[in-house]
Design a protein around this ligand. Sequence first.
Ligand SMILES: [Zn+2]
Length: 387
Amino acid sequence: MFLNILIHMKKIKLLFAALLPTSFLLLVSFKIPDTKLLEAVPINPVNLTIYWIDTEGGAATLIVTPAGESILIDAGNPGGRDSDRIFEVAHHVAGLKQIDHLVITHWHNDHFGGAALLAAKMPVIEVIERPVADSLLLDKNFASLMQAYRVMPVKRRSMLRPGATISLKTLPRGFQKLSIQMVGHDKQFVPVTKTSTATNGCETVKDKLVDNSDNANSQVMVMNYGPFRFFDGGDLTWNIEKNLVCPQNIIGTVDVYQVNHHGLDQSNNSLLIKALAPTVSIMGNGTQKGGGPETITSLRNTPSIQAQYQLHKNIRADSAFNTSEEYIANLKADCDGNYVKLTVAADGKKYTVSIPATKHERVFETKESHITSITSYVPGLSQVLKP
Ligand SMILES: [Zn+2]
């Protein structure tokens, strides 16, 4: 009898021993969905960050969301220098493995020229682009650059209608709602809405010569992150800029204004700058390009502006037209390609602008309230183009 009990207990032990690995496996397999969920968001999400990468008079504005998603607006010049600098900031500074959305504001070399070389260095998932302007096909360099751009490997080529937003991942808990909205392109913009306000003095500022270049067709974007707003208008020029705010302001006000067209005086209509009423301006100029006297004067005369940043010091004869050196990322022509960085607090109420290379850092408060006419517009759909 006793022996029987012993044998029985041994059998039970053996049964447990046999079941143990199975139950462990069950536990492990049960855990897998959790692990996958964790992988969907970064373990330590960082605050929303914008980098203005130095392309010496071109443009490359990199937005990294707290979900680890990236939006690059323009890709600098051809030739390798700018794509290397973008890769350096995107991969080594921001820790990105890919560019999720690449927006090309217009078809000039200093904006789309670096795209194909960048796509060879790191995956580009989606490009958001406009139809190609026929007139540019007359430019010999344009044809070969466009060929490289056309064949670069991307998963999706899209065009956003005015009012449509870039499709972005939901941010982790504790962060603000984020949207990046297309105000318009090819001189077609979102309509006036109920909350649009009239701009004073529209009749007092004269138009400039009609701009038949592709600059006037630039894609214009507005980013909303909780209460924080950022404007990027590519190389939009004077008369079309006026259409954004006259007679009614279809954008509203912003916190940060990326100075249009590298600060050239063909752009930066004082009506636009005053109506957007930014707190901070950031200019992607070069030593010899942009930062025009009229633009610098308009920025200085805009009461809302507390700080004007420049990627480069203007070293031309008219070097009186510079911001103070503390706010310039690169002071010499033989530069290190220093970038300007902006991080927005998780609640969106404060943001820090810094130049890591010079250790400059300044904190700004987001405006207490914005006029946000564009957000009340019901957007059209985005359109997926043929690859
Ligand atoms: Zn440009």
